[in-house]
Design a protein around this ligand. Structure first.
Ligand code: AAL
Length: 419
């Protein structure tokens, strides 16, 4: 038997030597010019991500990539600019009666915030303590006219008696709803703890009726949002209200901000929190807008995916759509189709954000500003699709080493050089 195997093996070897096997061609190098087939070739994990994770691997062709340009707003008075007047955390901008409307947190106190321990009925703990919701209108988005207060602090013990802040607007079945943080204690007392309150009106000019109850409650003890449901941001999807919100958790260790989703059939609730919450692993102040059939968001600070723009086709499972820089702080956008619920979100080109470090030292305050971008399917603005803002050396030096860091480096140098 063995002899047949040996004969068979010899025969195979002879046959193989007769066949002229061509050497395997080396795979072609990655091409200089991309073609439609480039994305099908074998490639490194990083290059695969560039093709699979983004609407286009080329920033100028990625509809969810943009730089941001900033403009100072006209029409807002900050008094002596000494920290006693602040405006921050704007709502979406909506266009009604031929005018743009925006709502925002406004604090006007006799002295700048003094911290929770020094706060009282008239002295604020933080920039948004003792705040009210004010609104302004504009015909061009640059020059604004402050119209007055929209929602005052209701009497104690109603939710929001201590501060009503960080509003966002919903238009649903012809009525207007303002959602906001309803503080029941001075922020900073145990952190920044609050549920969501709501007021409604038949007109964007009010009057607003404050609902005397919590609309989106904080989570149960031990849950990630047990203390705060912040930055409530409503949109309309599938006939329901999709309200995204932020909660900071993992206190008192390193604070981590996640974004949750609560869904309701009716603007008054009940809001059901999504079982997969948090639906985003990063973000602080938030800005969501319908995009194609899904929803996109600006993920600005806090968390591993800060400085990204994200997209969720199913409004729940977000993926990074682009990575950018110098994103607006506390932004909310002019979103013409925020409430249309037509499965064809067109994106955004501008909005209002804030800078929370106007003023000097302990007298700092926040100012509203305009940002422009091209995250729109209808606008093509290559100037917004560049990258690498060139900062001056002094901008970098402003973030120089602290005294402690310099001491650590000096100590290590001494250890190395004095041996
Ligand atoms: C903002 C927002 C919320 C917080 C505070 C005021 O950036 O996240 O509104 O409560 O800070």
């Amino acid at each position: 038997m063995t002899k047949y195997y040996i004969l068979y093996a010899i025969l195979l070897l002879v046959l193989a030597s007769l066949i002229d096997c061509p050497a395997q061609p080396k795979p072609e190098a990655f091409p200089y010019h991309l073609s439609d087939s480039t994305k099908n070739r074998e490639m490194s994990a990083a290059m695969r991500r560039a093709f699979d994770n983004y609407l286009s691997p080329l920033n100028p062709e990625n509809e969810l990539y943009s730089q941001f340009k900033y403009t100072e707003l006209e029409g807002f008075d900050y008094g002596a600019e000494d920290g006693t007047i602040t405006r921050r955390d704007p709502s979406k901008v909506i266009l009604e009666n031929g005018k743009y409307y925006v709502w925002y947190t406004k604090r006007h106190t006799s002295v700048p915030p003094q911290g929770a321990a020094n706060s009282n009925d008239t002295i604020a703990s933080t920039d948004w303590d003792l705040a009210e919701i004010w609104y302004a209108t504009s015909t061009d988005g640059f020059i604004w006219e402050e119209q007055g207060v929209a929602v005052k602090r209701p009497p104690k013990p109603q939710p929001g008696w201590r501060a009503v802040a960080t509003p966002d607007i919903l238009k649903f079945k012809g009525r207007y709803y303002l959602y906001y943080q309803a503080f029941l204690e001075a922020s900073g007392t145990r952190g920044d703890y609050c549920p969501v309150g709501m007021a409604h009106s038949d007109s964007p000019d009010g009057p607003w009726t404050v609902v005397n109850r919590v609309i989106v409650p904080t989570g149960r003890e031990g849950e990630w949002d047990q203390f705060a449901v912040q930055d409530p941001t409503p949109l309309v999807h599938d006939g329901r209200i999709y309200l995204y919100y932020k909660a900071a958790f993992n206190r008192p260790n390193t604070v981590w901000s996640g974004i949750g989703l609560a869904i309701a059939q009716d603007p008054s609730g009940p809001f059901e929190k999504h079982p997969l919450n948090p639906v985003q692993n990063s973000g602080h102040e938030i800005c969501f807008f319908p995009f194609k059939e899904g929803v996109a968001s600006l993920v600005i600070r806090d968390g591993p995916e800060h400085f990204t723009i994200q997209y969720a086709k199913d409004w729940v499972n977000f993926k990074i759509a682009s990575i950018t820089e110098m994103m607006p702080i506390g932004p909310n956008a002019y979103i013409p189709d925020a409430f249309l619920d037509n499965g064809d979100g067109r994106g955004i080109t501008w909005g209002i954000s804030h800078f929370r470090n106007a003023g000097e030292g302990k007298r700092h305050y926040s100012v509203l500003a305009r940002f422009d971008c091209d995250l729109s399917l209808d606008v093509h603005d290559p100037e917004m699709k560049g990258h690498n803002n060139l900062w001056k050396p002094e901008d970098y030096y402003r973030w120089g080493l602290s005294k402690e860091q310099k001491e650590r480096i000096d100590k290590s140098n001494r250890q190395l050089t004095e041996k």
